[in-house]
Design a protein around this ligand. Sequence first.
Ligand SMILES: [Zn+2]
Length: 236
Amino acid sequence: MEIHNTTEDLVFSTISEICASIEKSGNPDKLCLCDQCRINAACFVLNRIPPHYIISNRGAARIEQETISRQQKEADVVSLVFEALKRVNHNQRPNSDHTNGSAKVAKKGPVFNIPTIIGRAFDGTKFSPLAGVNVELLRDRKLVEMKNRNWQNPCTLTSNTQGTFTFWPESIPAKEAGSRENFEYSVKIEVPGFETMVHFFQIPVISEINDAESFSMDRTFKLPDLYLFPPGEDED
Ligand SMILES: [Zn+2]
């Protein structure tokens, strides 16, 4: 059994539907609908509506659907998604070209497809999101290579994304499909006047036959919120 936030399902599916309908209508507002803008929009919306947790198992699928449709009526997620897509567009990241074209040739499988990693970083003294700060994703003390050129490592926190950072690591070759492995990563954040944050975590991944070519918001690995403090303060 796992605890599952159905608000995430609602937000992810609403973003996919809205982006599809915008693309269909020729995108008159010229909104950027790249993977990073979608994920930033998802974070924007998720930070503004309450989570709804259920205990999930296989039998809960139907209940989940009912919960989601009830929530849809309660929260005006659709208008929030539109606001989010406009906001993240008005402040595009300077180093990203915001296209979805994959710069790399897909690896021949089998591979471990690493999920997209999402987290947030805060100034722990004010509980405000950090901005203008670089976040590094490391594995074996080296910067992890990203899936394609739309994903930056280090990732720079911008004020419009409320301290959110995202990574999509390159897939890792596997001997065969169906084997399970834990991959160790760390997120490192250095800010002048604060104690350096190094957060270690493991992602369990089951290898697959093919390299995941397209980004999916369902495949995300969420980190706990990270709080940075000045040196000498006993906080943990
Ligand atoms: Zn974009």
